[in-house]
Design a protein around this ligand. Structure first.
Ligand code: SF4
Length: 282
């Protein structure tokens, strides 16, 4: 075993990434999220994503990557819930239900592969007339929100372009951020209070987002997250977006509400040099 691998294995997995990783995990711990579980998911998702990215090409390749990533996150949540039930620990019940869309007027950010999968799903499932009208809605909303930060977006109360009659028309491939917004109290969402999010789901999704970003960064792909409507506008009008993202192109532009992932993600990459080596060698 070489020296780099020894160094990685000597350290506890959640305690080896330097200040940016520790700050990220600390923020999660403050929200009731278990740092050890986060670290395990980040490592698993980043390895699985790196493997999937190694052979990926075109939109089918990107869809395959996201299927693996989302499938793993779902397995983690189900496994953790089953474990809690076996040990007779309290399991929080989500208050989310079909037709409840209080959180669908907030700033949502997506990674490039999520925006690519969303556009592919909409192109495959909508009729020509519905797609034309959706593209017009997306372009119009994108122009309105491109200068808004989180607070401006809350104040503007603008529904997501994918919300039709109170339901998400892309629910099976909704952004990870939307899947994470699992509320424990629908009344709090209706009042516009901060969403009291179910911690296990949030933990799995946050760690999944980081794992996806780590594997993308390790292959020199754009790993940042961008405002949903503007990112979707790009992928809807760019048929070869998947190939261009996989070739390392930067297709999206930041808006004021978008998170800055750079330091924490690069710190996670530095924490796991084996992953970088696997990704770069392929
Ligand atoms: S993508 Fe779907 S779930 Fe997410 S904000 Fe838009 S309508 Fe809501």
């Amino acid at each position: 075993m070489d020296r780099v691998s020894d160094e990685v294995e000597e350290r506890p997995p959640w305690d080896s990434g330097g200040p940016a990783v520790l700050a990220t995990l600390e923020r999660m711990a403050q929200r009731g999220i278990d740092p050890e579980l986060v670290s395990e998911i980040v490592t698993s998702v980043s390895r699985i994503t790196a493997e999937a990215l190694a052979g990926a090409s075109g939109r089918a390749g990107v869809i395959g990557v996201m299927r693996s990533v989302v499938g793993l996150a779902g397995q983690v949540v189900r496994g953790a819930r089953d474990d809690a039930e076996r040990r007779r620990l309290p399991v929080a019940q989500t208050a989310c239900s079909a037709g409840c869309a209080h959180c669908c007027a907030l700033h949502v950010s997506v990674s490039p592969p999520e925006a690519i999968v969303l556009a592919a799903f909409l192109r495959d499932t909508l009729g020509a007339h519905e797609l034309t009208s959706l593209i017009a809605r997306v372009e119009s909303l994108a122009a309105r929100v491109v200068t808004m930060d989180h607070d401006a977006r809350i104040a503007a109360k603008l529904d997501c372009a994918l919300l039709v009659e109170g339901r998400c028309i892309a629910y099976p491939v909704r952004p990870l951020a939307c899947a994470a917004a699992n509320s424990l109290d629908a009344a709090a969402c209706a009042r516009g209070d901060e969403i009291p999010i179910e911690p296990l789901q949030l933990c799995a999704i946050r760690a999944t987002q980081i794992g996806l970003a780590v594997a993308s960064a390790a292959r020199a792909l754009d790993f940042e997250r961008y405002e949903l409507t503007n990112a979707l506008a790009v992928t809807l009008r760019t048929p070869d977006a998947a190939d261009r993202w996989l070739a390392g192109e930067r297709l999206f532009r930041k808006t004021p509400g978008d998170p800055a992932l750079g330091d924490a993600t690069h710190a996670f990459v530095a924490r796991d040099p084996h992953l970088v080596r696997v990704s770069v060698l392929r």
